[in-house]
Design a protein around this ligand. Structure first.
Ligand code: PLP
Ligand code: ZN
Length: 415
């Protein structure tokens, strides 16, 4: 069925799923892995038609502007809360501070629930509708939980949300108010996800997890298309993306690769995978040159990056890094908290620790001369700071009369 009005421009050009290991192809159905080798699946598109139709096909506002390169066929399934088209900010003061020529910051904290997760939730919940599911579920450290709960509510679906016991209070409040069923789990993400992934086989709910679902991941691909479009139809030289399970990294890389195949960019940017040192299995494997080894992790301020066992998607990130000559690195919690302060002081952007891990990692890569400061560097800042829980500095207030108020203002603002 075609959309009324803009039938050709908003038509999805997805034409199947392909195994990333053995290249077996499947029709556009709800399938989480390859039947032959259990490999992960990725969506494939009719890129020739995309090239022929030209970039004018990208017309709608928000995330569904890129409907032609998303896997949702019917417009009535394209659920939205106004996600996407987040600002790409030129950051001259921060660039100067870091000693780089041109720094672009893609700030995804302006999404409806304050994080990049809304991109993948939009396509996940749309796919749940497309494949006729009544309920959704996810295991999350917090951000995916609030986002999936919100998009499920928006679509009228039941949501069974499993959330990390140490998730911040603002996240907990938000999820508690939004989810139809909220379950708090003990331990870390890695302790539960294996069991939960097994349960997805029974199809009692639509899989909104990050481990396998190609439809969910696809929404994050729009980051690449947006950056390209907002940067005057050019790709930056370097893109620094956060990695927990690896959906953002993989889908952005795929987006840039599609743009390169159609001939709309010359080459895919150098992709940097950024992790927190306390949760760095991909960065470690990259450094050691060996296979990905799951690690036991504890708490990191970058809550959204707390994944010690990213599974097959982590391996996919590593493979992409090696085959495409990307980079991976990590930053300590202290550096992440410092990056948060520097960002808000230099540019007025208040982002959460998970969101600024990329910036802390860029600082490290510049210090070790692994990234060329003369290039155009784009950093993904993936969440707002308003969901962070932290101790507030002293709350002791001062009482004023006119004279004391005037004296204070003069003492502060007289040069
Ligand atoms: C989940 C999350 C990430 C990590 O994304 P992956 O796709 O799992 O690698 C990064 N930033 C924020 C804010 C997140 O919530
Ligand atoms: Zn296969």
């Amino acid at each position: 069925m075609k959309a009324r009005g803009c039938a050709t421009t908003a038509e999805s050009l997805a034409n199947g799923l392909r195994c990333i290991d053995c290249a077996a192809e499947y029709p556009l159905a709800y399938r989480l892995e390859c039947e032959k080798c259990h490999g992960l699946l990725e969506l494939i598109y009719d890129l020739d038609t995309l090239g022929r139709r030209g970039r004018e096909v990208f017309r709608n506002p928000g995330l569904w502007r890129y409907a032609p390169v998303l896997p949702i066929t019917r417009p009535e399934h394209r659920v939205t809360l106004g996600e996407g088209q987040t600002p790409l900010l030129d950051c001259p003061r921060l660039a100067k501070f870091l000693g780089v020529k041109r720094l672009l910051l893609k700030f995804d904290g302006t999404n409806p629930t304050g994080t990049v997760k809304d991109r993948s939730s939009a396509t996940a919940i749309a796919a749940a509708l497309q494949f006729g599911f009544q309920a959704t579920s996810v295991v999350s450290t917090g951000n995916a939980a609030s986002s999936i709960a919100a998009y499920s509510a928006r679509a009228g679906l039941r949501s069974l949300i499993f959330v990390y016991e140490r998730a911040s209070a603002p996240k907990m409040l938000h999820i508690g108010a939004t989810a139809t069923d909220l379950i708090i789990y003990q331990g870390v993400y890695d302790d539960l996800i294996g069991h939960w992934d097994r349960l997805t086989e029974e199809q009692l709910f639509f899989d909104c997890g990050a481990s396998r679902n190609a439809y969910k991941q696809e929404g994050k691909k729009t980051l690449a298309y947006e950056i390209w479009e907002q940067n005057g139809f050019r790709a930056p030289d370097v893109v620094v993306a956060p990695v927990a399970v690896g959906e953002i990294f993989i889908s952005m890389f795929r987006g840039f690769r599609e743009l390169a195949r159609v001939g709309w960019i010359e080459k895919v940017p150098l992709m940097v995978a950024a992790q927190a040192t306390r949760s760095n299995p991909v960065s470690q494997a990259f450094r050691d040159g060996g296979p990905l080894v799951p690690i036991k992790i504890g708490y990191t301020v970058a809550e959204g990056l707390a994944t010690g066992d990213p599974g097959k998607k982590g391996e996919w990130v590593l493979r992409t890094l090696r085959e495409e000559r990307g980079l991976a690195a990590d930053a300590e919690d202290e550096e992440i908290v410092e990056a948060q302060k520097v960002l808000t002081r230099t540019e007025g952007i208040w982002a959460g620790p998970t969101g600024v891990a990329t910036l802390a990692v860029l600082g490290r890569l510049l210090a070790t001369k692994k990234v060329d400061p003369a290039q155009t560097i784009c950093v993904i800042v993936s969440e707002t700071g308003l969901k962070t829980e932290a101790e507030v500095p002293a709350r002791q207030g001062t009482a004023f009369d006119y004279a004391s108020l005037r004296a204070l203002v003069l003492s502060r603002l007289t040069p």
